[in-house]
Design a protein around this ligand. Sequence first.
Ligand code: RFL
Ligand code: PHB
Length: 394
Amino acid sequence: MKTLSTQVVIVGAGPSGLLLGALLHKAGIEHIIIERQSGDYVLSRIRAGVLEQGTTDLLDYAGVGARMQREGLRHNAFALIFKDAFHRINIADRQGGKHMTIYGQTEVTKDLMDHRAGLGLQTIYEAGDSVAVHDFDTDHPRVTFNKGGEAMEIKARFIAGCDGYHGVCRASVPTGAIQNFEKVYPFGWLGVLSDTPPVYHEVTYSNTERGFALSSMRSMTRSRYYIQCGIDEKVESWSDERFWAEFKTRIDPEAAKRLVTGPSLEKSIAPLRSFVADPMRFGSMFLAGDAAHIVPPTGAKGLNLAAGDVNVLSQAISEYFQEKSKAGIDNYSARCLRRVWNAERFSWWFTSLMHKFPDTEGFGQKIQEAELDYLVHSEAALQSITENYVGLAH
Ligand code: RFL
Ligand code: PHB
């Protein structure tokens, strides 16, 4: 067996793992990233698009923010549609000038990969299903895997489990040592990416009697739209024509008239789930990002939570190595979980407010419309939604 040694092994080269790597490198800490898939596969997953200011600040700090600053779209507001009417909600005016940035997860991932390549930092791709974590209840954890037919082992002081919801790190924790909290929603999101100008200038969430829709974008010429769909629906049963026809019924009538449609570049269905693992640390192994928690995408918190975790983790690990202090690593789980549960609550609430639920029918719709009406006319409620949307301070 070939053995490598480093200070931290990061499992997973999604945004959490790559950003943690950039932050550890900046703090002078050695690490190796091990990823199951190829780099191209990781880049092909179309996911998040909305970054909180805390996330863009962290990407700048990590030294990977230059293209995002040039190409990202700065948004001071988002919008809600209900009862066919459009309501713009200004965030910046209510939250001391804070704003959101539209910049796709694919682009963030690409910038982080290019940064790593430029610095010559080691990422081992295509490790497949062979990755296994060992001895994380000791100070000498190890990660083993096969690469190109050769058995390999990486010894380190810490393992960072950044391997997403289906990863191996959380799954390796003995069942008695972890508690999982979960809620699965009775619907999914059907998403379409297309090279058409976005129908709205800002991210717009629709509540309609036919179900939820979201109008987002990646640039001024590339749209990202979603509609609520049944949990068992197959993407093959949604032709582009059917998608556009349904989507038009879920935006306001003026917008439906001006909507530009076109072929989909990507089309996929995502299930909606809320999930939290508690704790997020097991001896020498830490969980970060989707490995530890999932939010439904309403409110765009997932990637931002991941960035918050790796910020806390990189500080805790650098305190350990540089100041010989265990305070940060001992506090990691509690510090993250407080922020995570705040975002879980907000994402659950926003999901419940905007989607059609199969069991509540007409009464549920009227209650949602009453709450939305209250929301857009109450300055107190607007303060609260914008404060949560832009990201609570932590
Ligand atoms: P990822 O991105 O899942 O990356 C985990 C990586 O680990 C690898 N892996 C392994 N590697 C080695 N060994 C193993 N055994 C492994 N098992 C897995 C995987 O191949 C993968 O490369 O998790 P990470 O890095 O924590 O990042 C989390 C984000 O991807 C996620 O939270 C967001 O995409 C969520 N999300 C959104 N977040 C936002 O902040 N704003 C948004 O606008 C937003 N929109 C979305 C979203 C997620 C969506 N879907 C499809 C779930 C919209 C959608 C539709
Ligand atoms: C997206 O652009 O993909 C997006 C925007 C806002 C959300 C979720 C996803 O709440």
